[in-house]
Design a protein around this ligand. Structure first.
Ligand SMILES: [Zn+2]
Length: 232
C-alpha cells in the first residue's frame, strides 16, 4: 500500500474517531438532570411547603377556636349561674361573651376559607406530583439510553484507536509527523481527495499536471492552494 493510501486511511479513521469523541461530549452534556426535571420537582416542593404552612395556620385557628369555646362556656356558666348579682358585672361578662363570639365567628370564616384554599392546593400538588412522576420516568429512560450509547461509543472508540495504532505502525515516522502537522494546521484534515480535478479540501480546480503527478503516485503532492496532501 502506498504512503498516500495509508495516510488517506488514517484520515478516515481519524474522522471516525473525531465523530465519536464529539458524540461522547454531547452525551456527557445531556447526562444529568434536565431543566424540566428540576422545575417539575421544584413545583412539587413549593406546593408541599405551601400546604404545610396552610395546615399549620389551620391548626392554629382551630386551637384559637377551642380556646375561645372554653372561655365562652365559662362566661355562659358565670352568666347563668346566678352567682353574679351586680348588673355592672353581668353587663361586663355579657360584653366579653359577645366579643368572643364575634371573634370566633371571624375565625370560623377564616377557617372555612383556608380549608377551601387547602383543598385546591392539594389538588394542585397531586397534579404536580403526577407531572413529576411522568417527567422523571421519561428522564430515566432517556438517561439509560444515553448511558447505553455512551458505552457503545466508548467501545467503538477503543476499537478505532487500536486500529489506528496498527495503521500508524505501517507509516514512516517522517510521513506520520507530516500528517499530524498538516492535521493540526488544516482544521483536522491533512489529506484532500481529488474529485473531478478539484481539491475537496478547498474546492479549487487543480492544474492537470498536479492531478497527473498525484495519479502517478511516486511522490507526495500538495494542493497548491490549501497545502493539503492530495489523494486520488
Ligand atoms: Zn486544496
Amino acid at each position: 500500500m502506498s504512503t498516500m493510501q495509508l495516510l488517506h486511511q488514517l484520515q478516515e479513521l481519524d474522522q471516525k474517531i473525531e465523530a465519536r469523541v464529539g458524540a461522547l461530549q454531547e452525551i456527557a452534556s445531556a447526562l444529568g438532570e434536565t431543566d424540566e426535571l428540576i422545575s417539575a420537582r421544584a413545583e412539587v416542593d413549593n406546593l408541599r411547603e405551601l400546604l404545610h404552612d396552610q395546615e399549620q395556620r389551620l391548626r392554629e385557628i382551630e386551637w384559637s377556636v377551642d380556646e375561645l369555646n372554653t372561655h365562652i362556656a365559662a362566661d355562659e356558666r358565670r352568666l347563668y349561674s346566678g352567682a353574679v348579682h351586680s348588673p355592672k358585672e353581668l353587663e361586663s361578662i355579657q360584653r366579653d361573651l359577645e366579643a368572643r363570639k364575634r371573634r370566633r365567628s371571624e375565625l370560623e370564616d377564616r377557617e372555612l376559607q383556608l380549608m377551601g384554599e387547602l383543598e385546591a392546593n392539594q389538588a394542585d400538588l397531586e397534579q404536580a406530583q403526577e407531572n413529576l412522576n411522568r417527567v422523571r420516568s421519561e428522564w430515566e429512560v432517556h438517561q439509560r439510553e444515553l448511558a447505553d450509547r455512551e458505552q457503545k461509543v466508548n467501545e467503538e472508540l477503543t476499537a478505532l484507536r487500536a486500529e489506528r495504532a496498527a495503521l500508524t505502525a505501517k507509516i514512516g515516522s517522517g510521513d506520520l509527523s507530516l500528517y499530524e502537522e498538516l492535521r493540526r494546521t488544516k482544521r483536522g484534515r491533512a489529506v484532500s481527495v481529488i474529485e473531478r480535478s478539484t481539491c475537496s479540501g478547498c474546492r479549487i480546480a487543480l492544474p492537470m499536471g498536479v492531478v497527473q503527478r498525484v495519479r502517478a503516485g511516486r511522490e507526495l503532492v500538495y494542493c497548491p492552494s490549501c497545502g493539503r496532501l492530495l489523494y486520488t
